[in-house]
Structure formats: structure tokens, C-alpha cells
Write a protein that binds this ligand. Sequence first.
Ligand SMILES: *[C@@H]1O[C@H](CO)[C@@H](O)[C@H](O)[C@H]1NC(C)=O
Length: 315
Amino acid sequence: MKAFAGILMGYFIFDAIVAAPTMNSVTYGSETYEVAFEDLDNLYDYDEKLYIDQAQAEIGTVLPSITQAIHLSSPLPEEHEEEASTPKLFDGFSPHEPEVLGPHAKDLPTCLLCTCLGTSVYCDDRELEVLSPLLKQTTHFYARYNRIKKINRDAFAHLDNLKRIDLTSNFISEVDEDAFRNLPQLQELILRDNEIQQLPELPTTLKFIDISNNRLGRKGIKQEAFKDMIDLHHLYITSNNLDHIPVPLPESLQSLHLQNNNILEMHEDTFCKMNDRSYIRKPLEDIRLDGNPINLSKTPYAYMCLPRLPVGSFF
Ligand SMILES: *[C@@H]1O[C@H](CO)[C@@H](O)[C@H](O)[C@H]1NC(C)=O
């Protein structure tokens, strides 16, 4: 079993790395992407050094039991030593960490309850009802498919290295206003498939936000919420109850998905500048407004600066 797991893990890492260059043309198109696919997709926007974490994410998603086996038995296959040298298993439970563990794991340290690989923590599908305390060095945190209802103020306190939080498919309805505020390195926040009504303040370092399939309504997003995120390139707010486009959108934005909301109208300068007809907004290539009661023909000048027309109803 050990050897088999080793070979399989090697294969997945190898596969993820080899497959990478050929998939450069894959876009973030589909909203119904599979989790595994999403992870592959995400490969291309981030540093090469993250490939390993991504490959692990793949394993964590697809083969939780095998990852467990590796977690317990350790050394990674020799032939992939180079790739595998970065992640070291850390059994880092400190008795001084605040303890807010789930009901299924009263006294279990996070790295027994979850799988810790390098500085990534995988808590997918563990029936968690509250977030486990994380070690300070954690960079990537996954707790998809659990039963978390609330994100408290101190859930991610002092996690200065955290880059990615993925809480897809929980029952989150309440998020403390300060929950994400003090995460100086946070780049990706994935909260899709929850019940969030009010988006808290977010760090301006974010590059990728997915809050699709929540309950954000008219007042769910604060005014100018994304304005200062100068590196934001993907903003996915599909299938909520928004009645407006959350402007201003940062210049860095490449992909804006707002399909299946309740957006009725927009302005001619939502994307472009009416007082500067030579302005071109090259990065913003992918706008989805389909599934909204908006007639895009009413604002014919609103798309002049864009490389492509938005997807939506022009009739
Ligand atoms: C959409 O707007 C255009 C331009 O104002 C108009 O001609 C068309 O009838 C509208 N379509 C609908 C379904 O209201």
C-alpha cells in the first residue's frame, strides 16, 4: 500500500507539472467547474513554486485516503525528490494555540484531524462545524465540504503567511467584519456555495475572489468594496441576489462573473470612461452578465473600451 501510494503520488505530481504548459489556454470560463479542475486552472496564475501545493491540492481532493497514508508513513518517492523537497510534514501542534476544535475532535491537533503537507492544511470533508486553529506558518488552508456556519473574528488571527483560504461548500451564514481584515498576504479567497449575506471587509492584497452561490443582496457588498484591490484579476459573484455591478472595478480585473443575479441596469461608464473615448481597458476580457434582467442594448457606449462584449442579453 505504501509503495502504491508513493507511485500514485509521484504520478499525480508529475502529471500536474507535465500537463501544465499544454493547458495554458484554459480559461476560467465555466462556473460549473469541478473542484479538481479549478485547482488545475489556478495553476497558471501563480508562481511556479506553487505547483507543488497545487499538486497536493489535487491529491487532497481526489485521494484523501492515500494522502492520509502518506501523511502517516512519510518519505516521499525518491525519483521526485526535487519536487518533494519543499513540503516537510510538520506535526505542528502547539498546546499554546487557542483551541476551538470541532465536536468530532475535542482534543485532536489540527494536523491529526486534517492533513498538513508543507505549509498547506487540508481539512476537506471532515464534518467540521468550527474552524480548527492553524499554525502561524500556514500558507494554504482548505476546509471544503464541511459544516462550518460561522467565521469568527479570531478565526485567522495572526496568520501572516496565509495566501489562500478555500471554504467552498459549507453552511457559512455569518462572517465577522474583522475575520479577514488583517491577513497581509491573502491572495485568494474562495467562499463559494455558502449562505453569506454580508461580505466583510477584505484585504486589498486579494487577486482572486469567488463568492458565487451565496446570498449577497442589495446591501451584501459595501460601496467601493473592490476599489483598492490593485492586483485583483478574478471576481466571481455568480448566483447571488445582487442588483448592481459593484463599481469601481480595479484596472487589473480580467474576469468578472455576475451571471444569475438581479442586475437591472448599468451605466455607460461602469467599465469605460465616457469623458475619455481613447481609454482602453485591455485586461477585462471576460464579463458575464447573462441570467440578469438587464438589457445590454440600452447602454451601447458602455463596451467601447473593452476587448470583448460582455456575455448577456442584447435584445
Ligand atoms: C432593449 O433595448 C433596446 C434599445 O433601447 C430596445 O430597442 C429593445 O426593445 C430592448 N429590449 C427589450 C426586451 O426591452
